[in-house]
Ligand binder design. Sequence first.
Ligand SMILES: *[C@@H]1O[C@H](CO)[C@@H](O)[C@H](O)[C@H]1NC(C)=O
Ligand SMILES: *[C@@H]1O[C@H](CO)[C@@H](O)[C@H](O)[C@H]1NC(C)=O
Length: 471
Amino acid sequence: MFSGWLVAALGLTMTRRSCSSLSVPDIAAYFGTKTRYEEVNPHLLRDVLTVNASVLRPPATERCVPVHLTAVIRHGSRYPTVKNIRRIQRLSELVRREASGSPGGSGGSGGSGGAAGAADWLQDVQSRWEMWYTEDMDGQLVLKGREDLRQLAARLSLLFPSLLTEENEMSISLRSSSKHRCVSSAEAFQEGLQLHWRHSDVQYRHLVDDKLMRFFERCRGYVEGVEKNRTALLEVHKFKHGPEMERVKRKVAGRLGLHQHHLTADLVEAAFFLCSYELSIKSLHSSWCFLFDEDDAKVLEYKSDLKQYWKRFHGYMISSMSSCPLFHHIFRTLDKAGRPRRSTDAPPEPASILIGHAETLLPLLSLLGLYKDQTPPTADNYHTQHGRSFRSGLIVPYAANLLFVLYDCQRGPRLQLLVNESPVRFPGLETEDAPLYRDVRAAYRHLLDGCDFQRECEGTSVGGRGPNIEL
Ligand SMILES: *[C@@H]1O[C@H](CO)[C@@H](O)[C@H](O)[C@H]1NC(C)=O
Ligand SMILES: *[C@@H]1O[C@H](CO)[C@@H](O)[C@H](O)[C@H]1NC(C)=O
């Protein structure tokens, strides 16, 4: 619980931000899962409380009203984990010790950004930049991450004024992964709601539920078949040492005046992530960003996307099947909320808020059959994948969210999906934004009747590669 003055202080961060003067590196949309939510919804940079009700699209003729919202939300912006902090440390030491780039260097995005000191970015990274990340920060939510969730809660309250109300407070369910950054995000979401309702004290009442939000680490078939299995991520390793990455490494080494053999793919990636962290944590256009041009960024993005695809997404069927408990939980909640009721019955649960990780969202999106292209991304087909629908930065940036909106309509309940506050259609039901709920159930019948966690996860085989769920 907070005392009044703190709530007032929090309130300050909720005020609408005016047009930001921050210069953003032109590579900011290529940071994969380290992408800011604002890169997906740039209008939020002008006004964080922008809500456009036209994204809710049940048929205009059927007098629909929203009766339930299930929101699966990723935690907000966070510090690097220990592994990346150590890499950043090694990178900064190497650059300080060895780099001898030509002054005024041929920086990648040099000249385009207008960041202060763009001209002497090299001096900056060599001698002025201080390593400020410490290992105890290990993946924790940053202040900006708290704001991400508070602001999302405020926008959802505006978008669903009849569901996320003060009167409904006690019937909104909130569940979170046990990880610190998720619990902090769950708190921040509640702060956002309660500040929106102008409460003077914030009360937290979320439950921690790892069975639901961290299903991936409990699925033996997944852990053994994919996560701990180096062969399963072969495409990632091949690409990491392939010609595209070698070229980026050569260019970056050249810009730093380093011998190429000093620089590893991991260190190049650390510099790229450093640019992303300085932006997402401090809203800073870091000098490290000048090491990369847009072509380099696309290659590094592809490397991250390959990893997410093969580790968490359509790459292996077991990854999506590991999310069966969450899938069933969501549909049980929707079933209950959509059930016909007499006026004397208790009202349906207005909202279910589920806070987890990119690792929670990706398998679920994959199970639902979303973002599935004809050709899977591999180490060899980078040049034909520019138009791919699977770009992790647009799907699971910080504070990413998958919304299930259930409407009560004249012809029966309807369901709409939104990803990061934009409408997305169900595979196989592409003619409508909000198809009848019974049609959605029919499309997922094979999963509703099956998708058994025990059976899928206790088996030992990884299952087929590539396309899995037929819709
Ligand atoms: C809201 O979104 C619709 C498209 O979905 C667009 O046509 C309209 O201009 C937007 N309104 C505002 C105020 O941004
Ligand atoms: C590891 O992944 C490969 C490639 O998918 C698969 O053939 C192999 O069976 C997996 N190993 C284990 C122990 O599951």
